[in-house]
Design a protein. Structure first.
Length: 473
């Protein structure tokens, strides 16, 4: 005879099957009390906290990495077969960032072992699920759970500000802590750069963030390193505009517009001081240093890198107030130079709105500044604001009569304004002509209608039409 416990388990199982609570889940998946659970232990501790059974093999060789966006379908059951959740029932796939604590521990562990197309069943103990608290009302405290998961896709983490896919990260090994390098940080890295299947650069390197160009590193890689934690190992995929761009890199035989791949380990780093960590003297000293660095980048045609240096000066000094006269004068001079140089960088990069913004800030500090007025005029001219541009160049000539470049630009503005007026004149003339033609057509139509109405009225009154030639003798 069956024991009381076994009989009770069998009856419960039969009842559940009859009620359809198990859906497509095989009855053999549910174990009687005390029976060993099925699956391979995939926990690092080997404590059988997460057991996995592959129901359908996936394709390919790659599995998701930490930080990847994964998309799955899933169904979850309690050990007694009660279904508590299913994305299939909602007909809505579920996505989450792997390894970021957005889901229970068992999922982060299990999904990291899957391939695209794979279906697996995992059994997870409470400490890898919802623990002693459970998740009321559907999941009781200390519940062991069973999930069936199908992996549809995974993709790396987009690190760009605009989320344009220009820098994609896949984390092979999670780093330590939460601190990350900032602009100016001293970093020590071990890396390997690939173009296609070819390794073109493999080194260990120590450098300051912001100085990577001096070490033949693309700016996108520096941006990526600032997202890393100590001891992190990651793969970065860079689109051409975050790599070596349209110029390529002859030294490494990288052609124009090439997409690159870097494998990087951040061995250590020392953060640069933030603005709030520096006193005024340090800020002024550092500002002088980065100004020189920015000027060197500008001379080399590295306008984006130059702009980064000048922006540091602004961020360090723009909120300084109540300084002694000597320090105040120096800070104002450095801020003025930074805004003027930023305006020039943005003009070179054809970023005219940012050029205008920096010119205006420079002119707030010195309303009659020659370079500020001239560069603002150039920015206005570039976006076809000819009247505003003319005003700026006229003011330059008024204040600085020997400025020949302003005189040349003023002539250009006046010519552009004349051309614009001629264009507008023709446009309005054509517009008025079309309106006149339309009015004439309307008048003609109206006259024809009146004539037809009059003729019809005459006929109705018996009046002969005398407009025809009389053909009778």
């Amino acid at each position: 005879m069956l024991g009381r416990t076994s009989l009770s388990s069998c009856l419960s199982l039969c009842l559940l099957l009859l009620m359809g609570h198990l859906d497509h889940m095989s009855a053999s998946y549910l174990k009687a009390d005390g029976a060993p659970l099925e699956g391979v232990d995939i926990t690092l501790k080997r404590d059988e906290g997460v057991l996995k059974v592959v129901k359908r093999e996936g394709s390919g060789t790659e599995s998701p990495m930490i930080g990847d966006k994964v998309t799955v379908h899933y169904t979850g059951w309690l050990l007694d077969g009660t279904k508590f959740d299913s994305s299939l029932d909602r007909r809505d796939k579920f996505s989450f960032d792997l390894g970021k604590g957005e889901v229970i521990k068992a999922w982060d562990i299990a999904v990291a072992t899957m391939k695209v197309g794979e279906i697996c069943r995992i059994t997870c103990k409470p400490e890898y699920a919802y623990g002693s608290a459970g998740s009321p009302p559907k999941i009781p405290p200390n519940a062991t759970l069973i999930f069936e998961i199908e992996l549809f896709e995974f993709k790396g983490e987009d690190l760009t500000d605009d989320e344009d896919g220009g820098i994609i990260r896949r984390i092979r090994k999670k780093g330590e802590g939460y601190s990350k390098p900032n602009e100016g940080a001293l970093v020590e890295i071990q890396f390997e750069g690939r173009y296609g299947d070819r390794v073109f650069d493999k080194r260990e390197l120590q450098f300051e963030i912001g100085e990577g160009d001096n070490y033949d590193l693309p700016h996108g890689l520096e941006k990526a390193i600032q997202k890393m934690e100590k001891s992190e190992e990651s793969i970065f995929y860079l689109k051409s505009n975050y790599g070596f761009g349209s110029a390529g890199k002859e030294k490494f035989q990288i052609p124009p517009d090439a997409e690159l791949q870097y494998e990087v380990k951040l061995k250590s780093f020392e953060k640069a001081k933030e603005s709030w960590e520096m006193n005024t003297e340090e800020k002024l000293e550092q500002s002088c240093m980065v100004k020189e660095r920015g000027t060197q980048y500008f001379k080399e045609g590295k306008y984006k890198r130059a702009a980064l240096q000048y922006k540091k000066i602004v961020s360090w000094l723009e909120h300084e107030s109540g300084l002694p006269e000597e320090e105040d004068t120096k800070a104002k001079s450095l801020r003025l130079a930074a805004h003027l140089n930023l305006a020039m960088c943005h003009l070179k990069l054809k970023e005219y709105s940012q050029a205008l913004e920096n010119c205006n800030k420079a002119l707030e500090l010195d309303s009659s500044n020659e370079k500020g007025l001239f560069r603002r005029g150039e920015a206005h001219l570039a976006v076809n604001d000819f009247e505003l541009a003319r005003g700026d160049f006229q003011k330059v000539i008024q204040l600085y009569p020997s400025n020949k470049a302003a005189k040349v630009q003023l002539v250009t503005c006046q010519q552009k304004i004349r051309e614009q007026h001629e264009k507008e004149k023709k446009m309005y003339a054509n517009m008025f002509q079309r309106l006149a033609d339309k009015d004439l057509k309307s008048a003609t139509t109206l006259q024809t209608t009146h004539t037809e109405d009059a003729e019809m009225k005459d006929e109705q009154n018996g009046v002969e039409d005398k407009s025809e030639v009389d053909t009778e003798a």
